[in-house]
Each structure stands twice: as C-alpha cells, then as structure tokens.
Write a protein that binds this ligand. Structure first.
Ligand code: SF4
Length: 439
C-alpha cells in the first residue's frame, strides 16, 4: 500500500520551495500527500533556525508527534532544513522519535533515505554542506490551482553578518545555471503558474560566468520576462551592497517586473551596522533608497529590522526609528535579536534584556503600523492592476496582489484566477485593501 506523507513547513519562502521539491520527489515515486498529520505514515518537519522562536516552534511540534509514534512505531519522522543542519546530532539524542535529520544541501537524497529507513529502520544524520542543491523535479499537475510559484536561483551566503546563522546552515553561495532556471520557469508556466518569485539569500548578487556570455541578475530578469504567458516577476531577498544601477533600470524597462523591492536594513545606527558586519552605513542605505524612489516613486519598499542587538543603546535605537520615519517603508518585518550558537554576535557582551527588547519592538511596530496604514489609505480611489490568485482566505471573495505586493480582496468569479484585472481601491486596512473590479 502506498505510504502517505505529511510535510510541516516552517520558516521562509526558500523552505516552501524545498517542501515543494520534497513533495514532488515523493509523489513521483508513489507516495501520497496527506494533509492530516494524524493519518500520515511519514512526517517531515521542514525547519528554520534564523531565531530562537522558530527553533522552539519546531521542537514543540516534534514533541507533539511523540504520541503518534507511540501508537504507530512504524511511523517515520524526519527533521529537514536549517535547524536540522544546525543541531542535527543533538536533536537525534534529544528526540528518540526522530528517524533522520537532513540539511538543505542533502534534499536530493530524500527518496533513498526514506526508502532505506522503511527497509532497515536505521536512524540517519545527513548534514553535508559541500553538496550542490538538487535540481528541481517535474511532477505534472502538482502546481494545479496555483497562480504563483518560486524558483531558487542561488543558495547560501558569503556575507557572514555577525548575528546570522544562514551561512552556517545553507553553505557558501551557489548560483544555478541560467538555462536550468529558464527551464524550470517554462515548466511552472506550463503548469499554469503566472507569477514567479526568484529566491535567494542575496538574489541581486546572482552571476553566471560558466558560459561565453556572462550573466548577471539583470540579464536573467530580462530573459525570464521574455517568456510567454508569464504575467509577473518578483524577487527576494536583496542586499543593499549589491543593488546596481543596472537592476534599478530593470524596474523602468521590464514591464512584467513587479514594482516592489525587499531591502533589509536591520538597524539605523552606524555603530550597530558595523558590529553586525552589514557592509554599509546608514547614509549609504538612505542613498540607495533615494535612488529607488527617483527611479519610480510608486515602487513599494519593504525591509527587515532587528531590535536589541548586543550593545544597542537607546540612542542607537532612536537612529533606527528615525530611519523608519524618514524612509516610510510600505511594510517592515521586525524581530528581537536572539543569540544563534556559533555566530560572532552570540559571543558579544552587553546583551539587551528581554523586557527592553519587547518594549523597543512594540515602539517600533506602533510607528511602522501608523506609516503602513497612512500609505494604504493614500491608495483609496486609485485604480490598480491585480493578479488574481483565487479565493480569499475566508472564501467569500477573490484575492490577489498589486504590482506593489499589496493584498486586495474583491468580489468576482474564481475563473479569473491567473489573470490580471483592474480594480478600484475602495477601502484600506493594515495588511490588505478592499477593491472593486472595473468593467
Ligand atoms: S546577508 Fe547577512 S543576514 Fe542575509 S543571509 Fe547573508 S549573512 Fe544572513
């Protein structure tokens, strides 16, 4: 009887992309996807290690699987992803219910590992980092009813920001060949995908020198945008140090390129930016923002920011708030700093207390929410082009995104999924807009 698998995906879009790879690999070999974890024969937890909170979340989920394993000793439980890479062996000791741990660079072995465990019931630790990420698999029909899809164009990071675990769990920068990326895009489009988001820890550092013609991120964007039936192209995440004029010109020259850029700044104080080893100053970051706004004032800018980095004074924090009020981001992903074992910042002194971190995060989010509401309010009455994704979460309406990555909910027929429609913005909220289809 075909075994049923359930994948619990935590963390970033790269993990969602990896989970799609795992699911397609298993389905192509006769395993059946199972939404209900209680009915699964194989449970895979795809994890994140970027902060303490997602680590706790993964471990508590794992703990809740102990009952299922007790009732069904044949159940296979595997931990995948960044936390598996970071703490593989330790987790195997701590959680006897675990059958295997597998790092992001070992995903290509998922099938032989699962089949090996079914046959021999051996426990496995697979966390080599020197492997190239696996090539995508094609599982016809897998992306049915989806409008948007991801393509990883690179993996890993060479920047070693002092607080970040990514270079230690995702490895050195690895760039995929442009032809492989184009091939994957053609496959997704043939499956009905109309919007593609290019993924990488530093997508704008993409470069390919193996062929006569050298490729960089801009040339890749132009080639992808030329594909028929692709309606929209997005990318994330960018690093300020690699944002070229070439790339900015793409926003003006490539119609399919969405008018949104995610550009993490992390802190507003030069002293803290230096301690974070971010590789730019506040002034340099603001100059880039100026360039983007000059290029097109409608480009939405979002970012990541951290509070409570070791040594952060009230004055440093004030620089962060000033920067946020100056730039007026469309949205911010804001977090409390937490030690990541093995990173230089974890060894730093002058750690900030949890209460101070919580208070600073609240002050920051209050300011940013006010800015986001004000910016969304300014869109009321505007006509915007929306790519319809399908039924909204509540199911009563349709939902989709503007080029500037704003979620819009509106009445309409679900057959519009995958198409661009014009809507008038009727009302605005913190995380979404209410629209009305024109015509
Ligand atoms: S750029 Fe810095 S924060 Fe981003 S993944 Fe690399 S090391 Fe981490």
């Amino acid at each position: 009887m075909n075994k049923r698998f359930h994948i619990q995906t935590m963390g970033c879009q790269m993990n969602e992309y990896d989970s799609d790879f795992l699911a397609q690999s298993l389905i192509k070999n006769g395993f059946l996807p199972e939404k209900d974890v209680h009915r699964a024969d194989i449970i895979l937890i795809n994890t994140c290690a970027v902060r303490a909170k997602p680590e706790q979340k993964a471990c508590s989920f794992l703990g809740r699987m102990a009952d299922l394993k007790e009732k069904n000793p044949e159940l296979i439980v595997g931990m995948i992803g960044c936390l598996a890479q970071m703490k593989g062996k330790e987790l195997m000791r701590r959680f006897p219910l675990l059958d295997f741990v597998m790092g992001p660079r070992e995903l290509g072995h998922i099938l032989e590992s699962v089949e090996g465990i079914i046959r021999e019931r051996q426990r496995l630790v697979q966390t080599a980092l020197d492997k190239v990420p696996p090539s995508p698999v094609k599982c016809t029909g897998y992306f049915q009813n989806r409008t948007s899809g991801f393509i990883s164009i690179m993996e890993g990071c060479n920047n070693f920001c002092s607080y970040c675990i990514v270079p230690y769990v995702r490895g050195r920068e690895f760039f995929r060949a442009p032809e492989d990326i184009l091939e994957e895009a053609r496959y997704l489009i043939s499956e009905g995908i109309r919007e593609i988001t290019l993924l990488g820890q530093n997508v704008n550092s993409y470069v390919w020198k193996e062929t006569q013609n050298k490729w960089n991120f801009s040339s890749l964007l132009h080639e992808l945008a030329a594909l028929d039936d692709l309606l929209r192209l997005r990318f994330t995440t960018s690093h300020p140090k690699d944002l070229s004029d070439d790339l900015l010109a793409c926003f003006a020259n490539i119609e399919k390129l969405a008018g949104h850029i995610h550009l993490p700044f992390q802190a507003g104080s030069n002293r803290i930016l230096k301690s974070m080893r971010r590789g730019y100053t506040r002034e340099q970051y603001l100059a880039i923002i100026e360039k983007i706004k000059t290029c097109d004032e409608d480009i939405a800018i979002t970012s990541d920011v951290m509070v409570g980095f070791p040594g952060e004074t009230e004055e440093d924090f004030q620089f962060t708030l000033d920067l946020i009020e100056h730039v007026e981001f469309d949205a911010l992903f804001s977090f409390k700093y937490s030690d990541r074992e093995g990173t230089p910042a974890a060894e730093m002194s002058e750690k900030i207390s949890e209460n101070v971190k919580i208070a600073r995060l609240q002050r920051l989010q209050d300011i940013q929410n006010g800015i986001t509401l004000k910016k969304n309010q300014r869109l009321v009455g505007r006509q915007m082009t929306v790519l319809v994704e399908g039924a909204s979460k509540k199911g009563e309406q349709l939902t989709g995104r503007t080029s500037s990555n704003k979620v819009v909910n509106f009445d309409g027929d679900v057959t519009l999924a995958g198409r661009l429609v014009e809507v008038t913005v009727k009302a605005s909220y913190l995380n979404s807009l209410k629209g009305e289809i024109i015509g």
